[in-house]
Design a protein around this ligand. Structure first.
Ligand code: NAD
Length: 407
């Protein structure tokens, strides 16, 4: 019922007919309000998701405001092209909002995911229903309130909390929703796509899970490599789609790397996420916690040594072998490469089939950098100008030039 009412509101509401500078101004105002409420918003995400309060304050919430500002600047730069036609015609394209968008988001980054979806869609002039994950609805509800205060017209941005199989499924099968932008697991992404195909054939973009490799070459600086891999694996309790979950370390540096990485992992303080001395809060819920324990158990039964996170395999650690291992997955979200050799970095980055490659860094996110996967990690980008395109239709307009007969 709540969804039906919100979709009706979306169909009546519009940001599209507002002059585009006004749209940008509203998005900047929205960003101002987010910045003025950093503490409360970070606290909501900490309470809901067990995320570190300090990270929310420094990264997630300001990052959401930055995304709003990035797309505020783009709102008045959405335009089509003049076409060079072979026939004596005037041809051009118009960029139009796709209409009512359904955003379905996961629990690991409630704020970031909200703004990955809502900011480009607002800049494109779409109306929308956002369904936060059932574990983390609080900040999304607060964002809807701030959007209203910023001047987003009623009905443009609606938040409908609820469970996946009910509220989420209703969005993907709804006949009046024109596009679904989904972030979550590959299994549910498949269900969303099926529902879209069986209803109104709405386009779907999917940001799905990953199994991202980080490759450390012999020539890497040991401290840099250990720090990067630690960050890749443990950021946000490992609850991050781009987590470095397969670490390949070349033979020459392997033993020293394992020793140092183990020492560093042991120093991590787990506890209350509001405590500034804590590095890692609780997992999102008992279900995920037990899933992690199960995977550790499976790993041990399959022969992994828990203390080092794996055992060496393969005879010679060559670049080709690293590429082959990195690509030996159905996923293709992100990959890290740690080396001082520019030729190796260039060769490997071109050979890995993943949407984001981070060389001598990890989590290289930025509003201007498009983010999204290859293979079973999904399709369609968040962030960057690519994300704006997701929420726009291209309309081709053709008319014969004066006095030119069409037939
Ligand atoms: P999930 O797929 O179970 O849930 C994600 C969202 O889908 C939630 O809002 C949920 O309520 C909804 N949902 C569940 N069943 C549904 C259905 N039948 N129809 C429609 N919607 C439904 O994912 P999760 O386990 O909660 O989230 C973690 C996953 O998200 C991980 O796989 C992670 O890798 C992925 N993720 C990917 C990215 C990315 O950008 N690629 C970013 C963050 C998280």
């Amino acid at each position: 019922m709540a969804l039906a009412k919100n979709v009706r509101l979306c169909k009546r509401a519009s940001l599209h007919h507002r002059p585009k500078p006004a749209r940008g101004r509203i998005l900047h105002k929205f960003a101002d309000l987010v910045e003025q409420h950093v503490e409360e918003l970070a606290a909501l995400d900490t309470v809901d998701a067990g995320k570190l309060f300090a990270m929310g304050k420094l990264v997630d919430i300001p990052g959401g405001a930055n995304l709003l500002r990035y797309y505020a600047g783009a709102a008045d730069k959405v335009h089509g092209e003049t076409l060079k036609m072979a026939r004596p015609c005037h041809g051009y394209t118009l960029k139009e909002p796709v209409g009512v968008v359904g955003h379905i988001v996961p629990w690991n980054y409630p704020t970031t995911m909200f703004f990955f979806k809502a900011s480009p869609a607002l800049a494109a002039g779409c109306t929308m229903v956002v369904k936060p994950a059932e574990q983390t609805p609080l900040s999304a509800l607060f964002y809807a309130h701030l959007a209203k205060l910023a001047g987003v017209p009623d009905g443009v941005l609606n938040v409908v909390p609820g469970f996946g199989p009910t509220a989420g499924a209703a969005i993907s099968s709804h006949m009046d929703i024109d596009k679904v932008s989904f972030t979550g697991s590959t299994e549910v992404g498949r269900l969303v796509m099926e529902a879209a195909a069986k209803s109104n054939l709405k386009p779907v973009s999917l940001e799905l899970g990953g199994k991202s490799p980080v490759i450390v070459f012999d020539d890497a600086d040991l401290d840099t490599a250990v720090n990067l891999v630690h960050m890749a694996s443990y950021t946000n309790k490992g609850e991050i789609c781009v987590a470095g979950s397969r670490i390949y370390v070349q033979e020459g540096i392997y033993d020293a790397f394992v020793k140092k990485a183990t020492e560093m992992a042991k120093k991590s303080v787990v506890g209350d996420p509001f405590n500034p001395r804590v590095h890692q809060g609780p997992q999102i819920d008992k279900e995920q916690y037990e899933k992690i324990l199960k995977y550790i158990d499976i790993g041990k039964r399959e022969g992994a040594t828990l203390v080092t996170g794996g055992k060496p395999c393969g005879e010679n650690g060559t670049v080709e072998e690293a590429i082959q291992k990195a690509n030996s997955t159905r996923y293709g979200l992100a990959a890290g490469i740690v080396t001082k050799n520019i030729d190796v970095a260039n060769t490997v980055s071109r050979s890995i089939r993943a949407g984001a490659i981070w060389i001598n860094c990890y989590l290289g996110f930025d509003p201007d950098v498009p983010f999204g996967g290859y293979k079973m990690s999904g399709f369609g980008k968040d962030m960057g100008m690519d994300a704006l395109e997701k929420y726009l239709h291209t309309k081709a307009v053709v008319t014969p030039l004066y006095n030119t007969p069409w037939l």
